[in-house]
Design a protein around this ligand. Structure first.
Ligand code: ADP
Length: 684
């Protein structure tokens, strides 16, 4: 019979049903044949249970398990199905799946067990828990079975194979004894019987299905073992698909966040607000637990991060290390020792430079791995053998593993780095679009301004002529027909003339204003003291009877500007300071401050500290707060024509235009009844 087997595929004939008559007693065995190293080995296992092992019973037992395995949509679900099915087939007290990481350390990812046992789900093991030789054996021999860890090994007889003169290689034998070390390891955990099935992906050991029995030794039939091995193979085959699927799912999830970013960032008032509003997406994008946004050198922290000062210091260290906009590590304390003080929250960091010039970065943080481990139950309770003999136990392994992975975080995945690079494109895209939009609006504004100036110019020109006509006719009427008209008629004509005169003044102001926008600035170094003395003499000559005191606390600087326009600017402001003034002596102070000096007086002032701020201060009537902005609008006057010498309401509009054409800004501070100060800059 055995000779016949030599021609066949062993898998298809195993197990051979072998009966041996021993002292009138029929002993039945499962004979398991395998060929290895040029030798045919027959192992005999007692098989007390009479089993009808045919293809159909095997098919029935495995079909539903396979269906469930294939239906599971995630690796996690599949793992759970496998541990439950294997436990159903074998009756082991505990069935688990270990998964190895690229460094060889393992974690329990699925478990089915007796209720009374504590869970080991989420426990991690260091790589050396399963030595390299053992891993190679696991690949060679996908199922290892130890029915009784206490069983003493039986020596081979004879020790040397008389045919080959070599010792027998039992690498693929099922009945061979396990290594002393491994048996001790199992005994330390209180395990009486164990079985491991290899999970192999791309010819590498991906993980193990590990079965433990604590209550007694455990015998499993060849058929039961075959089913388990078969389920292990099915799971191995499915690993690729499920893992790829999960990866794909994760990638799709990451990609799906990008349009949300675009929406959030484009709708927000500014990019920083947009990023802060998308903080949960930001964290999800790379499965981080904290994020720091550094925008124009200003830091915002979200979630679990180091302290502000630590992030600032980290950024300074990190900036020169960023290449291609990204820096990443999952072992920060090894590269940057100060990180040891915050390794719990940030052993891993992923930095994205949006703009190094503008000091705009996003930093994601990952905590130390040990902080994220799911530690459920205390496996120590299951370790039976105490005392100094305990070499390895799940608890001990876990502690060792913790030591090894201290100050490291989970590594950043390639797809996460891609997602971050995509986010940069999104942000840069939004910034560029906003800049484009701004440029477009500016061009549009410029065009509208030009058109408006041209319109005002043409309109005022065209209006002037008929207006002059009306004025002249009214004047003729009064001169030539005054005798024919009664008093009321003359008064009406005089009003008509006054109104046309006023209209002409308005039109002239408008014309002047529109011309201002059309003429080129003639910039040159200009001594402001000279300008003031010119303005002072003109103002004083035009109002010889008014006591005016113009005072300069310190000599004014020389600045680069258009002297004609700046002269007009000072003329407007000084005239107003005198005009809107009830005091017997009209006092005007003209001076300057640096931005820094002004900020000291008023910290809320939006001004850069380096800029020069000029001012014209008076002791006049002051302006109510509600009018402070509107007085710069064209034709806006706060008083009737009969008061304060009248006016067209264009002076301040012209002043504002002059200031803005020089790249500066103008504003006023005032105390009603006490006086006003007009501040302005002539550069940004
Ligand atoms: P106007 O030709 O009427 O003087 P402006 O544009 O120069 O036109 O000023 C607009 C209004 O702002 C004035 O009508 C006046 O009410 C107010 N105003 C301007 N300067 C001062 C000042 N120094 N003190 C008080 N009110 C002022």
């Amino acid at each position: 019979m055995l000779q016949n087997c030599l021609l066949k595929d062993f898998e298809s004939i195993n197990p051979l049903k072998i009966s041996i008559n021993k002292q009138e007693q029929l002993l039945s065995f499962d004979g398991i044949l395998h060929r290895h190293d040029g030798v045919l080995l027959l192992e005999l296992e007692t098989n007390p249970v009479k089993q009808n092992s045919n293809f159909f019973s095997f098919y029935h037992q495995t079909k539903s398990s396979i269906d469930q395995i294939q239906r599971a949509s995630t690796l996690e679900q599949m793992s759970q199905v496998v541990v439950e099915e294997i436990r159903k087939v074998t009756g082991f007290d505990r069935v688990m799946i270990y998964r190895f990481d690229p460094q060889g350390a393992g974690v329990v990812t699925a478990e089915d067990k007796e209720d009374r046992l504590n869970s080991w789900l989420g426990l991690h093991y260091p790589a050396f828990d399963i030595p390299l030789e053992a891993r190679e054996l696991f690949i060679l021999n996908p199922l290892r079975f130890i029915p009784d860890v206490e069983q003493l090994p039986t020596p081979l007889v004879p020790l040397t194979n008389p045919l080959t003169q070599r010792s027998l290689d039992l690498g693929k034998a099922i009945l061979r004894s396990a290594s002393f070390c491994h048996l001790e390891y199992l005994q330390n955990m209180g395990v009486k019987a164990s079985m491991t099935i290899s999970l192999i992906r791309d010819r590498q050991l991906w993980g193990l299905i590990a079965c433990h029995h604590y209550s007694s030794s455990k015998h499993l039939t060849y058929e039961a073992r075959t089913i388990c091995e078969f389920l292990g193979q099915i799971m191995s085959l499915e690993l690729g698909t499920k893992a790829d699927y999960e990866d794909r799912e994760y990638k799709i999830k990451l990609q799906s966040l990008q349009p949300e970013f675009v929406q959030c960032l484009t709708q927000a008032d500014n990019l920083l607000t947009g990023l802060v509003q998308s903080s949960s997406n930001l964290l999800q994008l790379v499965s981080a637990s904290g994020v720091a946004i550094c925008w124009n050198n200003e830091l915002t922290l979200i979630g679990q991060t180091p302290q502000l000062a630590s992030v600032q210091a980290l950024l300074t260290w990190l900036e020169p290390q960023i290449s291609n906009h990204i820096f990443q590590t999952h072992e920060l304390p090894k590269l940057y020792p100060p990180a040891a003080s915050f390794q719990a929250s940030a052993s891993g960091v992923l930095a994205l430079a949006i703009s190094q010039n503008r000091k705009s970065y996003i930093l994601w943080f990952r905590p130390e791995v040990t902080q994220t481990v799911n530690w459920s139950g205390d496996p120590q309770q299951n370790a039976t053998s105490g005392g100094s003999e305990v070499r390895l136990s799940p608890r001990k392994s876990f502690e060792l593993w913790q030591e090894i992975v201290r100050s490291t975080a989970l590594p950043w995945k390639a797809c996460e780095l891609e997602a971050v690079a995509d986010l940069r494109s999104v942000i840069v895209g939004v910034v560029l679009r906003q800049a484009d939009e701004l440029a477009r609006i500016n061009v549009e504004l410029e065009r509208t301004n030009d058109e408006l100036d041209a319109f005002a110019y043409i309109a005022s020109h065209d209006l002037k002529e008929p207006l002059r006509g009306i004025h002249n006719y009214s004047s003729f009427l009064i001169e030539d027909y005054a005798d024919l008209l009664n008093e009321e008629g003359v008064a009406k004509l005089q009003t008509l003339m006054r109104l046309t005169q006023r209209m002409e003044d308005l039109i002239n102001s408008l014309l002047h204003f529109s011309r201002l926008g059309r003429i080129e600035l003639l910039l040159k170094d200009t001594d402001l003291n000279q300008i003031i003395s010119q303005v002072e003499s003109v103002v004083k000559i035009s109002q010889p009877d008014t006591p005016i005191a113009i005072h300069l606390p310190r000599s004014l600087p020389t600045i680069y500007c258009d002297p004609v326009q700046v002269n007009e600017l000072f003329t407007n402001l000084i005239s107003n300071a005198i005009k809107y003034n009830d005091q017997p002596e009209k006092q005007v102070e003209i001076g300057y401050l640096t931005g820094a000096e002004l900020l000291k007086q008023n910290p809320f002032c939006e001004i850069s500290s380096a800029v020069l701020v000029l001012y014209v201060r008076d002791n006049g009537i002051g302006i109510r707060e509600k009018h402070l902005d509107s007085i710069f609008r064209i034709f806006k006057r706060l008083h009737g024509q009969a008061h304060y010498g009248g006016g067209t309401g264009v002076g301040l509009t012209i002043s504002k235009k002059i200031v803005e054409r020089h790249g500066g800004k103008i504003w006023v501070e005032s105390t009603y009844g006490l006086g006003s100060t007009f501040y302005f800059t002539l550069a940004g």
